[in-house]
Design a protein around this ligand. Structure first.
Ligand SMILES: Cc1ncc(COP(=O)(O)O)c(C=O)c1O
Length: 465
């Protein structure tokens, strides 16, 4: 698996900064081959402004990934810092264990107002993995409270990423992320994702939904607690659902009494042009998990949003959701989230994404004429280009060539040319783009210019050498 800058080391200039030395000695970077930086500079981002970030040498980069699908409102928003400062002065911290405080109450009410259907009950966490972990626990306890003791299994999709804690790893369908930590908690089952570019020929387009039903029957419906799906699956490269997919999954879940969790850690807060991915694809989940864009990442926060039907058994008698996280609903994060949502409303960021989506896609379609680009897929401001060795046959790159293509060339070269995006191969090799929602034609042009020349060069070096 390649992360966006892993394998993209920059030759260290003479006289490395003290920060570089301290980072090398003390910082344990996430999903990072630390050895790659033994003799090379660690990318050190020190400042952000709008769609751009700057490194310690003052070099500017177009942040085509919104940091990590997070900074939806863009960098350098002083008003979000001011909301945090104001809240810190008023009440720096109080917890949601036993107590409430105004900001978490106001935010819960605002999120419930924006959420689809009867998803009215909000449980805050500190981030996405905690949100997924909480949703999985909630699903299990929901069934137990209703007397269905055996329902513990989770159905998720192959190659999907749902976070890294042990519970989340049950659902995450990426062997390379799971195997070092096995044995994992029991109950994770995996089915096909909606990779339509590589779907078996002649199948009904809804076959990945039918696989969910088959898996529920195989496991025994009385043992299945929930199905967890992203509206557009990130890992593997922005797999969009075929028409009717989520409606069919909803029917299947209802038929067997299984909860449907929409994991919207990436796909909410305007990423797909709506507050929720479920809104874009018109389905009603039982639980939504969110994080990242809820604060545009100016403060850590995540949440599980539960329907009234799911929350109801927890509200009776002496029952409770026996789960808590000290910082869930942190007042400073909640104040930032409220201000962030106000920015969304004032600037109509969701509408903006819907307006510019066709232009974004048209630019990617032009790139798709390059011989190395096999497929363009995505929605809103969340897109992937799949790279292939042969466009006609869809032949992909063997392992060694992938290594050379992604880590040996693309990651480093894109960064060198001032574009941050993701070159990844958790499925087939893809380039992913997910810019801040304030991006527009100027940034699309920049992306096209850099990607056009770098992908052309990649083709010459790796395929035609
Ligand atoms: C769909 C999905 N679920 C869960 C997570 C985990 O979120 P976090 O990294 O905030 O723990 C991610 C992270 O990217 C994600 O994309």
């Amino acid at each position: 698996m390649a992360t966006r800058l892993e394998g993209a080391p920059q030759a260290a200039p003479a006289g490395r900064s003290e920060l570089q030395d301290l980072a090398r000695r003390h910082l344990w970077m996430h999903f990072t081959r630390m050895s790659a930086y033994a003799d090379h500079e660690i990318p050190m981002i020190v400042r952000g402004d709008g769609c751009y970030v700057y490194d310690e040498h003052g070099k500017r980069y177009l942040d085509g990934l919104s940091a990590l699908f997070c900074v939806n409102a863009g960098h350098g928003r002083a008003e979000l810092g001011e909301a945090a400062a104001q809240q810190a002065k008023e009440l720096g911290f109080y917890t949601n264990w036993t107590f409430a405080h105004p900001r978490s109450v106001e935010l819960a009410a605002k999120v419930a107002e924006l959420a689809p259907g009867d998803l009215n009950r909000v449980f805050f966490t500190s981030g996405g993995s905690e949100a997924v972990e909480s949703a999985l626990k909630l699903a299990r306890q929901y069934h137990k409270l209703r007397g269905e003791q055996l329902r513990y299994k989770v159905i998720a999709r192959r190659t999907a990423y749902h976070g890294t804690t042990f519970g989340c790893l049950m659902a995450t369908g990426i062997t390379a992320i799971r195997s070092a930590y096995e044995p994992l908690p029991m109950g994770g089952c995996h089915v096909a994702n909606t990779n339509r570019y590589r779907a078996p020929e002649g199948q009904d387009p809804l076959w990945p939904a039918e696989e969910i039903e088959q898996r529920i029957l195989f496991e025994g419906p009385e043992t299945v607690a929930c199905v967890i799906l992203e509206p557009v699956q990130n890992s593997g490269g922005c797999f969009t659902p075929p028409d009717g997919y989520f409606q069919r999954v909803r029917e299947i879940c209802d038929k067997y009494g299984v909860l449907l969790i929409s994991d919207e850690v990436i796909c909410s807060w305007g990423r797909l042009g709506y507050y929720w991915g479920a809104e874009r694809y018109d389905y009603l989940p039982d639980l939504i998990t969110t994080a990242k864009g809820i604060t545009s990442a100016y403060a850590p926060m995540g949440a599980v949003i539960a329907s009234d039907r799911v929350a109801e058994p927890f509200m009776e008698d002496r029952r409770m959701f026996s789960h808590g996280i000290t910082f869930g609903g942190h007042p400073v994060s909640a104040a930032v989230a409220l201000r962030n949502i106000q920015i969304f409303e004032d600037e109509d960021l969701c509408g903006r994404v819907r307006r510019y989506e066709p232009e974004f896609k048209a630019m990617l379609d032009r790139l798709a004429e390059l011989p190395i680009v096999g497929d363009v897929r995505g929605a809103g401001y969340f897109w992937a280009l799949e790279l292939v060795k042969d466009k006609e046959t869809k032949e992909t790159f063997p392992l060694e060539e992938r290594e050379e293509l992604l880590r040996g060339f693309l990651s480093a070269e894109l960064y060198r040319r001032g574009l941050i995006c993701r070159a990844d191969d958790r499925g087939e090799p893809v380039i992913q783009l997910s810019p801040p929602l304030i991006a527009g034609p100027e940034q699309f042009e920049e992306i096209e210019s850099v990607l056009g020349s770098v992908l052309t060069e990649a083709w010459e070096r790796v395929v035609r050498h």
